[in-house]
Unconditional design. Structure first.
Lengths: 73, 359, 253
C-alpha cells in the first residue's frame, strides 16, 4: 500500500525561510519565484508527485503555515 | 466591646493582612520592618485563611511576585524599608503601567544609601511622586498609629482594587516599632474564585471558553497607543484626586498659624500646637492622611485665615514643596525638620516657629 | 491521483494548532521562537488545559508571545518572569504556570530569579530559549554567546579575558535540589521537534505532581543576529552550539 500526500501553504503568512525545504525527504518543496504581499518568496509544492504527506515540513515550520493532507492508495 | 491587643505597628500590618483577606505576602527582611514577615510566619495563615507567605530572595523579586499574583486578581502585598523600596521601584512602575492593584508598605528609615535604621520621612518624593520611571502615581496612605497601620491595610486594598493601581502605606520606623493598643476589626474573609472573577474581569485566571484571552502588560510599542494609556492613567489619577483625599485637622477652627505634618510627625505636631496655644498663639494642625491624593482642598480652605504655614517633616523639606505649590506665595511657608534618624522634640519645633514670627 | 482529491478535510493530517492565533508572528524568517510557540500551543491543546494555563512572557523578542498563543498571559519585567510565576502558581496551585524566557532574560539580568525559583522547587515550567545572542536589541553579546562568536558588542569575537565565559545555566540549575526535570532540546528538524514536544509535555505534567521545577532549554538560532540564512544558521548551531551545549536530559526524577 502506498501513500500520497499534498501540502497547502498559506502563502501570505510564509516568510520563505526554507527550513521546510531542507527537511523535506522527497524534495517536494521549493521557493516560488513569485513573492507574497510582504515580499517573501514563499514555499510551494514544486514536485507534487513526490509528496508522501509525512508532515515533516509542517512540523518544523516556524510560522505554522503548512497544512498537510494524506491518502492511502 | 471589640478586642484590643497591644502590638507594634509592624505587627498590626501583619494582623491586618491576615484578618482583611489578603491572599499573599512576599517580602525580604530589612530593618525596621522585619516584624511584618516574622509575625506572618509565626501566625501561619496558610493553615487558617489560606494566605500565602513567602520570603523572597530580594526586594526585586518580592515586588515582581506581587506583579505575578496581582495579575491573577489576588490581594497581594509586600513590606520593606527605604533601601528595599528603591529596589522595588522598577516593579512599582510596571505595576502602575499594567494597572495592577497591590499593597506596598514602606517603613521608612534614614538615607541616602544604606543610611540608618532610625526613622525618617525622606522617601516622600520617591513614593508620593511615583518612584520608578514613567508618568505614574501610587495611592499613598500615611499612618500615624498602630491602629492606622492595621486599618490602612483594608483601606489600601479597597482603593487599589477600586482604581486598579498600586497603593502604598508610607510609614516610618517610629510607627512601625511603637507598641500601641489595636482594636481588631471584624474579619473580612478572602474572596472566592468566583468573587475574584466578578471583581477582576481583567484577571489572568485561565482562558475560559467564551471569553478572549487576557494579556496583562505595560508594553505599548506604538506611540499613539502609549499616549492613550498615559491619558487613561492621568484621568484615573485626576478622579482619585477629586474623590479620595483624606485628612485630619487639630484645633484649626480659629488658627492663625498652621503646621502641616503626616505620619509620626503629625502626632508630635499636636504637642507643638498645644504648646503654642499655652503661649497664646492660635496654632492648628493639618494632617494629610493621603499623600497622593494630597488634600489640596483642605489646605486651600484654611489659607485665608492664616499668617504662616510650616511643614514638619523628618527630612530636608520635601512635602513643603507641595504645600508651596498650593499656597503659591499667599502666606509664608516654612519647613521644620531633622534628618538622619534624629527626631525633634515639640519644644524644638516650637522654638523654630517662634523665630519665624519674631523675624 | 489528482491533487484536489487529496486536499480534502477528511485527509488532513497536520494543521496549525487552534491555540495559535491568526496574528502573523513578528519573528524573523526561520526563527526558533515560532517552532517553540507551536510546540507549546500543541501541548497545551492536546492536554486540554487552555483554561488552566497562565503563560509569562519575558522582555526580549518573545515579549509579544502573548499575541500568538491563545491563553492568559502576564508580561514580566526583564528577567523577573520566575518571580511572577512563583506567585501565580502559589496563589493558584490548580493552574499550569510557565515562563518563556530568552538567554539574556534568564541567564543574565534574571539570574537571581531563576536560580531561586528553581531552588525553591516552584511547581512551574521554565521554557528557556538559548540562541546565544540578544536578538531584540540588535544582536549584542548574551551570557551564552560562545567564545569567539561575533556579536554587535563582541565585534572581534567573544574573548574570555574581556567578556568572561559562556554560561551553562542549565547545568547549574540541574544541580539545585528544587528541580525535578532539566533537559536541553532543539527544534531544527522534525525529529528534534517531536522529541522536544514530549519533553515540554512532561514538564507541564510534572507541574501538577508537586515534584519541583521543570526546566526545558531550547538551543535555537537567531539567524538575523548571527547574520546567516535560516538554513545556514541551523547548520551553524549543530556544528558550534551543540558541542558546547549538548542535547539531552540532564536530570529527570
Amino acid at each position: 500500500m502506498a501513500v500520497k500526500g499534498a501540502i497547502v501553504v498559506d502563502t501570505e503568512r510564509c516568510k520563505g525561510c526554507s527550513v521546510c525545504i531542507v527537511n523535506c525527504p522527497t524534495q517536494t518543496i521549493a521557493l516560488s519565484k513569485k513573492v507574497n504581499g510582504k515580499g517573501y518568496n514563499f514555499a510551494y509544492m514544486a514536485n507534487p508527485d513526490n509528496c508522501t504527506g509525512c508532515t515533516n515540513c509542517a512540523t518544523v515550520c516556524p510560522d505554522s503555515v503548512i497544512t498537510v493532507y494524506r491518502v492511502k492508495i | 466591646m471589640a478586642e484590643k491587643i497591644l502590638m507594634k505597628g509592624n505587627e498590626a500590618i501583619a494582623y491586618g493582612a491576615i484578618r482583611y483577606g489578603c491572599d499573599g505576602y512576599f517580602g525580604y527582611p530589612i530593618t525596621p520592618q522585619s516584624e511584618v514577615m516574622e509575625t506572618l510566619m509565626a501566625e501561619k495563615p496558610w493553615e487558617t485563611t489560606g494566605m500565602v507567605v513567602l520570603q523572597a530572595e530580594s526586594e526585586t523579586s518580592s515586588i515582581n511576585m506581587l506583579y505575578g499574583g496581582a495579575c491573577t486578581g489576588k490581594k497581594v502585598m509586600t513590606s520593606s524599608s527605604s533601601p528595599g523600596i528603591s529596589l522595588m521601584c522598577e516593579g512599582m512602575s510596571y505595576l502602575a503601567g499594567a494597572e495592577l492593584p497591590c499593597l506596598i508598605v514602606n517603613v521608612m528609615r534614614g538615607g541616602p544609601g544604606l543610611g540608618t535604621i532610625q526613622p525618617s520621612q525622606s522617601d516622600y518624593f520617591q513614593c508620593v511622586k511615583g518612584g520608578g520611571h514613567g508618568d505614574y502615581k501610587m495611592i499613598v496612605l500615611a499612618p500615624a498609629s498602630a491602629q492606622d497601620m492595621y486599618d490602612f491595610v483594608d483601606k489600601a486594598f479597597e482603593l487599589a482594587f477600586k482604581y486598579r493601581t498600586p497603593a502604598m502605606i508610607l510609614s516610618d520606623g517610629v510607627i512601625g516599632q511603637m507598641m500601641e493598643k489595636v482594636e481588631l476589626r471584624p474579619i473580612k474573609p478572602r474572596r472566592t474564585a468566583e468573587e475574584i472573577d466578578a471583581q477582576c474581569e481583567w484577571a489572568c485566571t485561565g482562558r475560559k471558553s467564551g471569553r478572549k484571552k487576557h494579556m496583562i502588560t505595560s508594553l505599548a510599542l506604538e506611540a499613539p497607543v502609549q499616549e492613550a494609556a498615559n491619558i487613561r492613567l492621568q484621568e484615573k489619577y485626576k478622579e482619585i484626586e477629586e474623590k479620595e483625599a483624606l485628612f485630619a485637622t487639630y484645633r484649626t477652627e480659629d488658627a492663625e498659624y498652621l503646621l502641616v505634618a503626616f505620619g509620626s510627625m503629625s502626632r508630635l505636631s499636636e504637642s507643638v500646637v498645644d504648646l503654642a496655644r499655652e503661649n497664646g498663639i492660635k496654632m492648628g494642625l493639618l494632617r494629610p492622611i493621603t499623600l497622593f491624593p494630597y488634600p489640596k482642598q483642605a489646605l486651600e480652605s484654611l489659607i485665608p485665615q492664616l499668617k504662616s504655614i510650616a511643614s514638619v517633616e523628618l527630612n530636608s523639606g520635601q512635602m513643603v514643596e507641595d504645600i508651596r505649590l498650593i499656597v503659591n506665595g499667599r502666606v509664608p511657608v516654612y519647613h521644620f525638620g531633622r534628618m538622619g534618624g534624629m527626631i525633634p522634640s515639640p519644644e524644638e519645633i516650637y522654638e523654630a516657629f517662634v523665630k519665624t514670627i519674631n523675624r | 491521483m489528482d491533487i484536489n482529491d487529496i486536499i480534502k478535510p477528511e485527509n488532513k493530517v497536520y494543521s496549525k494548532s487552534p491555540l495559535l492565533t491568526d496574528n502573523i508572528m513578528h519573528y524573523c524568517p526561520g526563527c526558533t521562537h515560532g517552532v517553540v510557540h507551536k510546540i507549546l500551543a500543541e501541548v497545551i491543546g492536546e492536554m486540554g488545559i487552555q483554561d488552566k494555563t497562565i503563560g509569562i512572557s519575558p522582555v526580549g523578542c518573545a515579549v509579544l508571545a502573548y499575541n500568538y498563543i491563545d491563553i492568559d498571559w502576564e508580561q514580566a519585567a526583564h528577567g523577573r518572569a520566575p518571580a511572577l510565576a512563583t506567585a501565580a502558581k502559589r496563589l493558584n496551585p490548580d493552574k499550569y504556570v510557565f515562563t518563556y524566557q530568552g538567554d539574556g532574560d534568564l541567564a543574565s539580568i534574571g539570574t537571581a530569579e531563576i536560580i531561586h525559583a528553581c531552588n525553591r522547587g516552584e511547581n512551574i515550567v521554565v521554557i528557556f530559549i538559548n540562541n546565544a545572542i540578544y536578538g531584540m536589541t540588535g544582536g549584542q553579546m548574551a551570557p551564552t554567546t560562545l567564545l569567539g562568536q561575533v556579536t554587535a558588542t563582541t565585534p572581534y569575537g567573544r574573548k574570555a579575558e574581556l567578556n568572561g565565559f559562556p554560561l551553562k545555566i542549565t547545568e547549574l540549575v540541574a544541580q539545585l535540589e528544587g528541580t525535578c526535570f532539566v533537559t536541553r532540546q532543539s527544534a531544527q528538524n522534525p525529529a528534534a521537534v517531536r522529541k522536544a514536544k514530549k519533553a515540554v509535555r512532561k514538564a507541564f505534567e510534572n507541574s501538577m505532581m508537586n515534584k519541583g521545577t521543570s526546566f526545558v532549554e531550547f538551543v535555537g538560532t537567531c539567524n538575523s543576529g548571527w547574520k546567516m540564512t535560516p538554513v545556514k544558521a541551523n547548520q551553524w548551531m549543530e556544528e558550534n552550539m551543540f558541542p558546547f551545549y549538548p542535547l539531552g536530559d540532564i536530570k529527570d526524577r
